[in-house]
Structures are given as structure tokens and as C-alpha cells.
Write a protein that binds this ligand. Structure first.
Ligand code: PGA
Length: 249
């Protein structure tokens, strides 16, 4: 049984004060137990302050990015052991904005996934095609390559522990969501491909999230799909009320 997981990706938004205020308000507005897993991915600067606020709640901390090495001369970077140290449980790897705006390759992302696993964090490997790739009928080949190279050389049990987030680039921040059936087709393909890599039993346990303009209006229909095990929410996770509605849909 795959437990639903909802992650709010705040991207480069919210000061420490705003993050703490949001976390308190969200935690107070959720029932106990929530009945599903919830995590927030704030900017690095807010992680340390959020950890004690979230400790007694059902909300976990997720990092938006990580470096592939554990320590060293990498100015500006943050390592997986550091993220564990400030209380993170999850870490995103290969978000499309990192791929597109910061030139991350599948090889870089594979190192990030391995670094997160090494530190005992759960990686959330983000994959997804651009509009041109979708229109050229390349969705499956692009996603297959991102999975194959992103999960390269991982033991099957580490693949089982990894979460995949399917985020079609054309749906991120655009208000254009994939139709639930359209997303389900890609999620089914992802699970089958992970089955090739790690065996069908393990693939059956991997949680596959959908991301891209998720809102309180569409979250329920997306999560009702067989292979959609939760959502990765950007814009709609910045407001307590809309994020709470998505969590409780
Ligand atoms: P969005 O972002 O919900 O604002 O489209 C999703 C994401 O980039 O993770």
C-alpha cells in the first residue's frame, strides 16, 4: 500500500519569519492524524528554524536541492549530511528549474540521488518532458532516459526507497495541468520502467508524485489515478489555505 505524499516546493520564496508563521498556521489547521504524508521544501535559509516548529507535527522537511559530494571546496553548495543535520527527511534532485536554469545533467542528478541516500534521506527524483518534446512524441523516451541515468548504478533496494516526481515542464507554473488520464499514462510507464530496473515488486512500492500547476481544484482527480501517489505543489503551496485544501482534498 503506497501512502499518499504531498510536498510543497516553495522555490525561492519566504523569509525565515514568513516560513515559521506559515508552518505554525498549517500545522494548527490540519487534523491529527492527517492520514497522509506531508512535507515542505523551503529555501535552505529557513530549514534550521523550521525544524523545531515542525518536530511535534506530521509535517516533514524536504530540501530543494543538494550537492553530490558530502563535503569540500564547493562554494555556495549544501551537502546531504548538512541537510540531515538540520532535520530534513526528503530532498529534491533534478527539479526541471535546476536542469534548465542551472544546467544540471542526468549524471549530476544521479550523484545527488546517491548523496541523499548515503546520508539516509529520501530522494525525490524529478523527471518530465518539455513542450517541444511532448509535441515531438518524445515524452516516454525523455522520461526513460532521465530515470535510467538518474537511477544509474543504484541497488534495487535504493531504487525502492526513492520517490519519483513526474513534472511535465510545460505544466510548471503555467496553470496548464496534464489531464489526470494523460498524467496516469506517464506514471504507469514510469512504474513499468522502474520494474525493469528493480523488479516489479519493488516498483509497486515506489511512490510516484505528479507536479505542475497542482491546485485545490485538480488535486483530487489527479490523486484518484491508480499510479499517482501524491503531488509536488509549487505556487499553490505558498498559501496556507490552498495547501491545506490540497493536503486534505
Ligand atoms: P507549480 O510548480 O505547482 O507552481 O506548477 C510545481 C513545481 O515546480 O514543483
Amino acid at each position: 500500500m503506497r501512502r499518499a505524499l504531498i510536498i510543497g516546493n516553495w522555490k525561492m520564496n519566504k523569509t525565515v519569519g514568513e516560513a515559521v508563521e506559515f508552518a505554525r498556521a498549517l500545522a494548527a489547521s490540519l487534523p491529527d492524524p492527517v492520514g497522509r504524508d506531508v512535507a515542505i521544501a523551503p529555501p535552505f535559509t529557513a530549514l534550521y528554524a523550521l525544524a523545531p516548529v515542525l518536530r511535534a507535527t506530521a509535517i516533514a522537511l524536504c530540501a530543494q536541492d543538494v550537492h553530490g559530494e558530502d563535503r569540500g571546496a564547493f562554494t555556495g553548495e549544501v551537502s546531504a549530511p548538512m541537510l540531515l543535520d538540520v532535520g530534513c527527511r526528503f530532498g529534491l534532485a533534478g527539479h526541471s528549474e535546476r536542469r534548465r536554469l542551472f544546467g544540471e545533467s542526468n549524471e549530476d542528478i544521479n550523484r545527488k540521488v546517491k548523496a541523499l541516500l548515503r546520508a539516509g534521506l529520501t530522494p525525490v527524483l524529478c523527471v518530465g518532458e518539455s513542450l517541444e518534446e511532448r509535441e515531438a512524441d518524445q515524452t516516454c523516451s525523455v522520461v526513460r532516459r532521465q530515470l535510467k541515468e538518474g537511477l544509474n548504478n543504484l541497488p534495487a533496494d535504493d531504487i525502492r526507497r526513492t520517490i519519483v516526481a513526474y513534472e511535465p515542464v510545460w505544466a510548471i507554473g503555467t496553470g496548464r495541468t496534464a489531464a489526470p488520464e494523460q498524467a496516469q499514462d506517464v506514471h504507469r510507464f514510469i512504474r513499468q520502467f522502474i520494474g525493469h530496473m528493480a523488479g516489479n515488486d519493488r516498483a509497486g512500492e515506489v511512490r510516484i508524485l505528479y507536479g505542475g500547476s497542482v491546485s485545490p481544484e485538480n488535486a483530487g482527480a489527479l490523486m484518484a489515478q491508480e499510479d499517482i501517489d501524491g503531488v509536488l505543489v509549487g505556487g499553490a503551496s505558498l498559501d496556507v489555505d490552498s495547501f491545506r485544501k490540497i493536503i486534505l482534498y
